[in-house]
Design a protein around this ligand. Structure first.
Ligand code: GAL
Length: 668
């Protein structure tokens, strides 16, 4: 089990390195991540490399038994790169190149940038291949920006489209360019569909591109491919020169400008950056969901490679993690499958844009409260290591997490507030409250291992995926899906079938009409059968006509009385739910999820009080139950008795008390 911090020896005098390494060792740390922004320190002049300082830092760390993950430093180009090769800087939609001086400012099709990136990667990899305490590599830093609209990118996008569609006729047909007379007669006429003033994102709230939505989707796919290709060029070199090191990247959890499934393909494991301490303390549903997305990318455990260590902010800073919170944040990730844990950052820097992004140590470099809490956590992790070895989450419930639908909804939300992640969280949070683990999976995953599959806002539904969902239900699975599912095909054209298209028989419903609701309009919905209580539909309603399906919630509103708000349908050996509304009350989703779990025969391991998270990591002949108290109140949780709680060594009775931000790990 690796535990440590992100460390920047280049920020501090050399005589401090020994002090830092010793403090890390005393804290129980055994790993650091180094050098992701240190390109100019390693190649101060083009083609002339200086690694002595990093050799020395690594040697100091090694004396204290600390291993290192090195980074390819391409997230910040040296000033000389921008000066000598201005085409390496990304061009913004207003036609100007980014002004050098921030980070993530390169164009990914610039030949010069790609060559320079390969050269520094090769130089680092050959120099550090045999350094004993180097164990792995992080590529770049947080891929995902900027978007460049230069002529090289446009020409490369045209080539990518040519590879994809083969002929212009095919492209015109698939992208539906008959609309608004947008037919292309040569490849060179194709534009990047980003409108001036649209910022660097293609689409997002309040700044939608009004280009052809199918071209927009292809541009988003192409942009993702550029990042994946750039990383692949580096990984190829790292694999060739450092075959014994692992390769990872620091993903950003719920970040969806890239297809993270693709970005993860070339790596050994996924790592991610978790910053949940903002605003008022609250239950960390978001970090739980993000962890499950991260574990789903390669369907294996992940690392946290940047973990909140203190108040964060680039200009002004947010709140300080309260006593116990740093440890609680770490345990939540451990419970979701983290196999490595690195705090960002070791010491708060005294210069630059992140002077107020606080580390475990403050500006003064003293090992105070936050350091002590991380040290406690690191020591506990060491104690748990042998029990944790070989364990991961085995979920009965999957949620389909689909970048293509996320993009389609962003490009054309349909109803104004349609937000994929909000849709996902309606069900995810209910599963969290029920104490049930979730695997996040791609739409083409083999679903047969799951008893319940939730597919929120699956806007893009290729026929192949519809068929998989249908087969899954007919052979006994339980599916729950909702508003706007299956509206589009894979080229972002509306299907020309009555909704829900190929899922009509599975869901046992027909949707001939639907509408958005303005902010003032709410409709009362009334639970039927296994759903109890009254709820409020907001934002959007499907006018769902049940055919073979039973009604689980009905409308009060006169013009919607013949339609269902939620349905359940037996199909083959399985059952399929459809939710054609957005309810204001989380309790509506708690009820639906409870019914879905019941139908699927999934029983939560225990019923946690609100704010206590439950997760199980298991491996050959072992099962560890994690309890994480996200609240500031003491909580009492019913648990199996006669088991060993591994942190205290005590034997459980039929309940356990968790302090403010308390955690427990019970060996079942
Ligand atoms: C991350 C990034 C780090 C640091 C941190 C705090 O997104 O990878 O380099 O900038 O945020 O701002």
């Amino acid at each position: 089990m690796y535990v440590g911090a992100d460390y920047y020896p280049e920020h501090w005098p050399r005589d401090r390195w020994r002090v830092d390494a010793k403090l890390m060792q005393e804290a129980g740390f055994n790993v650091v991540r180094l050098a992701e922004f240190a390109w100019v320190n390693m190649e101060p002049i083009e083609g002339s490399f200086e690694f002595d300082w990093l050799d020395e830092a690594l040697a100091v760390l090694r004396k204290h038994d600390i291993s290192a993950i090195l980074c390819t430093p391409t997230a910040v180009m040296p000033a000389w790169v921008a000066r000598k090769y201005p085409g390496t800087l990304a061009m913004t939609p207003n036609g100007q190149r980014i002004v050098w001086g921030v980070r993530k400012n390169n164009c990914f099709t610039s030949g010069a940038y790609r060559l320079l990136s390969e050269r520094i990667t090769r130089a680092m990899a050959s120099h550090f291949a045999d350094t004993p305490n180097v164990i792995g590599w992080q590529t770049d830093n947080e891929f995902g920006g900027p978007v460049c609209v230069c002529d090289t990118c446009r020409a490369d996008f045209q080539d990518w489209l040519r590879d994809k569609y083969g002929t212009l006729d095919e492209l015109n047909r698939r992208l539906g360019t008959h609309f608004w007379g947008h037919k292309y007669t040569t490849w060179g006429e194709i534009q990047i569909p980003v409108a001036p003033g649209n910022g660097w994102r293609l689409a997002g709230r309040g700044r939608l591109s009004t280009h052809n939505p199918s071209l927009c989707l292809d541009w988003q796919r192409y942009y993702s491919h550029l990042n994946v290709r750039f990383q692949r060029d580096q990984v190829r070199i790292l694999r060739e020169l450092c075959p014994n090191h692992f390769c990872t990247h620091n993903f950003m959890g719920i970040f969806s400008d890239l297809n993270y499934y693709h970005l993860a393909e070339d790596l050994d494991h996924v790592s991610w950056d978790n910053y949940p301490v903002w605003h008022k303390p609250s239950i960390s549903y978001g970090s739980a969901a993000a962890a499950d997305v991260m574990r789903g990318l390669k369907r294996k455990n992940f690392w946290i490679i940047e973990q909140t260590a203190g108040p964060g902010g680039w200009s002004s800073f947010g709140r300080n993690p309260r006593p116990g919170e740093i440890r609680k944040i770490a345990y939540q990730q451990l419970a979701h499958g983290a196999d490595g844990q690195v705090w960002f950052r070791w010491r708060t820097c005294t210069a630059g844009r992140e002077q107020y992004w606080h580390g475990l140590l403050g500006h003064d470099g003293k090992p105070l409260r936050r350091y002590r809490e991380a040290a406690q956590t690191a020591k506990e992790y060491r104690k748990l290591a042998s029990d944790l070895a070989g364990t991961t989450i085995k979920a009965d419930v999957a949620m389909i997490y689909d970048y293509e639908s996320i993009w389609a909804v962003r490009i054309q939300p349909g109803f104004p507030d349609n937000d994929y992640h909000e849709a996902m969280r309606r069900y995810y949070d209910a599963l969290f409250r029920a104490g049930v683990s979730v695997d996040m999976v791609k739409p083409t995953e083999d679903l047969s291992q799951y008893r319940l599959v939730v597919a929120p806002d699956l806007n893009i539904l290729p026929d192949e995926v519809a068929k998989r969902l249908s087969d899954y239900v007919s052979s006994g699975g339980v599916l729950l899906t909702d508003c706007r599912t299956g509206v589009k095909d894979e080229t972002n054209l509306c299907h020309d079938r009555t909704l829900p298209g190929l899922l009509t028989d599975v869901l046992g419903i027909v949707i001939e009409e639907y509408e958005s609701l303005d902010d003032e309009t709410e409709h009362r919905i009334v639970g039927k059968q296994d759903i109890e209580g009254d709820y409020t539909a907001v934002k959007y309603v499907d006018w769902t006509t049940p055919q073979t399906a039973e009604v689980l919630a009905a409308f009060d509103q006169w013009h919607l009385q013949t339609f269902a708000a939620a349905t359940r349908n037996r199909f083959g050996k399985g059952t399929a739910y459809y939710v054609g509304v957005i309810a204001k009350e989380p309790a509506f989703y708690d009820q639906l999820i409870a019914d879905g779990l019941n139908t699927a025969g999934v029983s939560p391991i225990l019923a946690p009080p609100e704010g206590v998270e439950v997760s199980v990591r298991q491996g050959a002949n072992k099962k560890l139950l994690f309890l994480v108290n996200h609240t500031e109140q003491q909580q009492t949780v019913p648990v199996p008795s006669g088991k060993r709680e591994l942190l205290t060594g005590e034997t459980t009775t039929d309940s356990i008390a968790l302090d403010t931000y308390g955690v427990a790990v019970i060996k079942l």
